[in-house]
Design a protein around this ligand. Sequence first.
Ligand SMILES: *Cc1c(COP(=O)(O)O)cnc(C)c1O
Length: 363
Amino acid sequence: MLEGRIYNFSAGPSILPEPVLLRVQKELLNCEGSGMSVMEMSHRSKVFDKIINDCQANLRKLLGIPDNYKVLFLQGGASGIFAALPMNLAAKSKKADYLVSGNFSNQALKEAKKYLGDGAQCAGSTEDINYTRVPTQDELKLDPDAAYVHMCYNNTIFGTKWHYDPETGNVPLIADMSSCILSEPIDVSRYGAIYGGVQKNMAPAGFAFVAIREDLIGDEMDITPKIWSFEKQADKNSMINTPPCWSIYVCNCVLEYLLEIGGLEEMKKRNEKKAALLYDYLDSQDFYKPAAEKIDRSMMNVTFRTGDDELDKAFVAGSADKGFSNLKGHRLVGGMRASIYNAMPYEGVEALVDYMKEFAKAH
Ligand SMILES: *Cc1c(COP(=O)(O)O)cnc(C)c1O
């Protein structure tokens, strides 16, 4: 940890790798010998063209995105994609199934209803148990005529994750991976599309990435805004208009850093070790109660509480004195949430567990 920095457990925008921040600082005034920063140059320049192409190529390499998938960088964040999906993919059938495992999947469903009406269906939900786990395959009621099945792979607010890929027959599965992308290898070919806002594990806020199977593109609703047309953006390499150059540049620095340290296998090892440290401690005591059921625990967002709101408050207040930030849980869950994304070092989780032990002892 560099001097003056703290352990930042923010759920998003969130911590970035320090080697990346140092590189960005070094290149800030003069990017690639251009004599200007990336924030000041034309998005049609040679320098930026290389940056956006590298960013796409590096994302393909890290995730093993197959050649028959298009990679898009679109503004509007993951929430923009919530609207883009029904417009781009369900123009004909006007039907899509949504698996509701938390707040964001519910937001995605609500947005889809604007374009598909009752054709956008909840095909399984764990709302009745406040999303402490994701639905099981038995609990899903899937429509074989749906244009796609939408899921949110890692539930940022509730601290759960799908530990299986739902079986959807011939219907393509579309996954919001905003808060777990690049945390471990995934088999992209299992999905019709994956997407996510970049501000959790990839880059500063500014865009959402989409990796989508080519054959799903090209039959959009007439009302689809040009900038959210998967087909038109694929044709123009995501540059119909000015892209978020800064965010794409930092994203590429993050991707190059991940490739340097050994890719997603290495990242997974590190993330598993961090998550195990925290969950093993949670399981070894009874002062703190984990909020999510064991079977569906997230590797990125760890939710827990003491069971006493005043103690939770004291925990969060005391954590600031220790030099931690953003440990307060989301208002929909209460208690605490530690987001331990890729860039959080093992030492940060160790320090958190030490504080948890100390706090438990004192109370
Ligand atoms: C943060 C988050 C979103 C919302 O992302 P925006 O880019 O702010 O729209 C959506 N889905 C998941 C899983 C998230 O974690």
